[in-house]
Design a protein around this ligand. Sequence first.
Ligand code: F6R
Ligand code: MG
Ligand code: MG
Length: 379
Amino acid sequence: MSEKITVSVIKADVGSVVGHSKPHPSMMDKCREVLADGLKQGTIDDFYVTRVGDDINLLMTHRKGENHKEIHGLAWNAFMEATKLAKKMKLYAAGQDLLTDAFSGNVKGAGPGSAEMEFVERGSEPMLFFMADKTEPSAYSLPLSRIFLDPFTTTGLVIDARAKKGFDVEIHDVKDSMKVTMSSPEETLSILSLLSDTTRYAIKRVTSRAGIGPAAVVSTDKLNLTAGKYVGKDDPVCICRSQSGLPAVGELTQPFMDTMIVGGWMRGSHHGAFYPCSVEASDPTYFDGPPRICCIGLHISNGKFQGTEPMNSKPGVHLPIDFFEGPEWDYVRSNSIKVSKMLRGHGPFMPATLSPDEMEYTSKPEVLKELTKRFERLD
Ligand code: F6R
Ligand code: MG
Ligand code: MG
């Protein structure tokens, strides 16, 4: 098929059971119901509803392109319906990510996060969907840099002629709401110079320079909400196409074997180490974390998802590969706990906590106000 298809992931935290832990299964079922309806109406071609920690992730395929009103509207309705259930059960933070009562056609700026890519489906289209909880979009900058810029991670950058042509990297300046596209390998060091500041820059999109199209896209919506004001621990998703001129599936997962410290844990105000795990194990059970990272794999097949479920299963019923489930990831899980526990040993002190202007919670302005009269100038 040469027709373009779009893969959209729209995600939100609309309430969870016992703190910020896990959406109630009935909320997920409600989302499935709404999307099944959208499929019947012809709005979408297929869907899969999953989650990481307290975030519901709606995976959808369709032919309407990115940022389409009907697609965003469908996801919004699913989250609204799930919110109603969360409110009925008095679950925690019910409706948290739905920031407006009047949906205006796009989830951008309205609370949920979205990552979407439109492409012509190849002969075979293996895709990975990374989903993170208790962290921010720039958490993907390190692993994506390793994947797309580092030949010691992705051997394909050296030995696959198309991957060797390099990648264009769209970087967002989240503080000034600006974007810039830079090219690797020529500008690799300058790209890293920007991305190393995870408080300001994040990768939005990576595109093949061999004409294969989009390779990766990250949800960064909340960060772009208000110029100059940092608003988001988005619990971001990242969609990657893979193989045949793009990084292989194994090259995409490899960086997660290293222990990475990311921002956004506990009260959106702490650093913690990424904890790769299965979707089932993604409840944040230690100090609201540590920040979970899940990775599921599905094919796009004639515009629909295909995992290990039987062909022509009921729409929305899929069995993805759960890449971070297996025991080989025990190694990094154990390191993640060691590093996270070491950070916890610092209590409220930096670097356990984020830098003051990155903290989602802070009592500092009040404390300083109370002390105004008591502060004395040093001699
Ligand atoms: C939410 C999160 C949690 C909360 C924390 C305090 O996803 O990251 O760490 O920030 O549980 O929550 P509140 O302020 O709702 O009591
Ligand atoms: Mg949450
Ligand atoms: Mg969350």
